[in-house]
Design a binder for this molecule. Structure first.
Ligand code: GLN
Length: 496
């Protein structure tokens, strides 16, 4: 794929069918066939300069689109009850495996890795009629907030070329906003779905931990990772979420619950007068950009007008979240990435074959990790090392429990918690890349949700003076996606 050209303004693809409903209406009216639509998007992705896609699975996509077109010709109408995502082209973050399709995790270490199996979520989406177009760009192994840590080049922000799209699922957010696919999958360990959704102006849902199988997701931090959808609207995010949700015997951390009914929840009119909304005082703090604060206040005004009760709440341990996260996440990452030893996964690094001895071999393997990944492996190995794990990892787990208890206490008094996704709108390319701590602080409002295992969504709620999108974060109790999606849908539709 071509790489971003910072001097050119990206042009979103201008086909008129953006959402699942619009695409299905176009299929039903025979304005375009699934095959024509898939071809059109593949061509757009191929010529795009955005860097959003790393690999296209053209053959797989065309085969699925031919089948969909045959079904449509035979049945005359989209079989939406049977296949809610019939003929819908999707992007998939390149951290999720598909048999026979190169899966790099944005890393040189997996540059040539062809997985022998398919993630459960992909099988479920394809059974529901979805068409997988290809794999989207990301920060290496999901580590980053700007998509500048990909070994295969950055991703261009879909409307402002001097800005980052957010990360680590930046390719997915940019591909959706740029019209290269109808919806996409991301993964969220500390904010990687919600942050790029907020920066690019799309909807991003991070489900409850365990609600969607992670079988086939390359692990970053196993107690935090969760797969979720990015889409143009809440309904589409709900459709993808429902299809992917449910128990999977192949993932022992996957909840035994059955399939979610999020889409159905968006169809029912919400009685706002029964909803209590908590606003954490720790989220409306100094350092929040004034335009972000204003957009959040305006959103709260809207909720109030609809009859919801707004309550100030406190999450007293949330200021420790970033510190706790960067012990837990790096510790789990150092353990998970130990398998990238250059022997498995067909990832023998370039030059390693000529290594004179084992030490030199491993040196070459390590050279294939980018600086952020190396930094985290070193930190994580230290935090878990004998004599230190009590002081760091165990302590972090204890504070993590406190953070979760704060949410449990808050949800005794409120139904939803609302606040910003990020302290600022999309920042400039290069602005934070040399200052890891500044980069880590972007996730200050998203990380607590992962530590507590809760579902949360980013919904566009305004723009700053430069036209950059601002996301509103809505958080629900564990397994409360139905109510979350219903409220988010009502809010999202306020302007239509
Ligand atoms: N930015 C955070 C990190 O770098 C979160 C990433 C994620 O959610 N995958 O770890």
């Amino acid at each position: 794929m071509s790489h971003p050209n910072p001097s050119s303004t990206p042009k979103p693809v201008q086909h008129p069918f953006k959402t699942v409903t619009e695409v299905h209406a176009a299929f039903n009216k025979k304005i375009i066939s699934p095959l024509e639509f898939t071809r059109e998007l593949l061509n757009s992705a191929k010529t795009s300069q955005s860097g959003a896609f790393l690999t296209l699975c053209e053959d797989r996509a065309i085969t699925s689109a031919v089948v969909a077109t045959d079904i449509l010709n035979q049945e005359g109408q989209v079989p939406r009850d049977r296949m809610p995502l019939f003929g819908i082209p999707l992007g998939v973050k390149d951290l999720i495996t598909i048999e026979g399709v190169k899966t790099t995790a944005g890393s040189k270490t997996l540059e040539n890795y062809i997985p022998p199996y398919t993630a459960t979520c992909i099988s479920l989406l394809e059974s529901a009629g979805a068409i997988i177009l290809g794999k989207t760009n990301l920060d290496e192994f999901g580590m980053g907030s700007s998509n500048e840590n990909s070994a295969f080049g950055p991703v261009q922000h879909p409307t402002h070329p001097d800005r980052v799209p957010g990360g680590s699922s930046g390719g997915s957010a940019a591909a959706v906003k740029g019209g290269l696919c109808v919806a996409a999958l991301g993964t969220d360990t500390g904010g990687s779905i919600r942050l790029p959704a907020s920066f690019c102006g799309v909807v991003g849902l991070k489900p409850t931990y365990g609600r969607i199988s992670r079988y086939g997701q390359i692990a970053y931090a196993s107690s935090l990772d969760q797969i979720g959808p990015l889409a143009h609207n809440v309904e589409d995010a709900a459709l993808l979420f429902d299809v992917m949700s449910g128990h999977d015997p192949l993932d022992s951390t996957c909840s035994p619950r059955g399939r979610a009914q999020g889409y159905q929840a968006t169809r029912v009119k919400l009685d706002w007068s029964a909803i209590r909304i908590g606003v954490p005082k720790e989220y409306m703090v100094e350092g929040l950009a004034p335009e972000v604060e204003k957009a959040i206040q305006n959103s709260l005004e809207w909720f109030k007008q609809k009859g919801a009760r707004i309550k100030p709440i406190s999450l007293p341990h949330s200021p420790y979240s970033v510190a706790v996260y960067y012990v837990v996440a790096v510790s789990e990452a150092s353990s998970n990435l130990a398998r990238m030893d250059g022997v498995r996964f067909g990832n023998r690094p370039f030059g390693a074959a000529e290594a004179k001895n084992l030490a030199e071999y491993y040196q070459k393997v390590r050279a294939n990790f980018g600086p952020e990944v190396k930094r985290r492996i070193i930190l994580g190995t230290f935090a878990l090392s004998s004599g230190y794990s009590e002081a760091y990892y165990k302590r972090a787990c204890q504070v993590r429990r406190k953070i979760k208890e704060d949410f449990d206490n808050a949800f005794r008094e409120v139904d939803l918690i609302v606040g910003p996704v990020s302290p600022t709108t999309a920042f400039k390319v290069g602005e934070k890349i040399s200052d890891p701590l500044q980069m880590y602080l972007n996730d200050i409002f998203t990380i607590p949700v992962n530590l507590a295992g809760l579902p949360a969504i980013s919904v566009p709620c305004g723009n700053d003076g430069e036209g950059l999108s601002i996301g509103l974060q809505m958080i629900a109790p564990a397994f409360g996606e139905e109510r979350l999606l219903s409220a988010a849908h009502s809010f999202f539709e306020r302007l239509s």
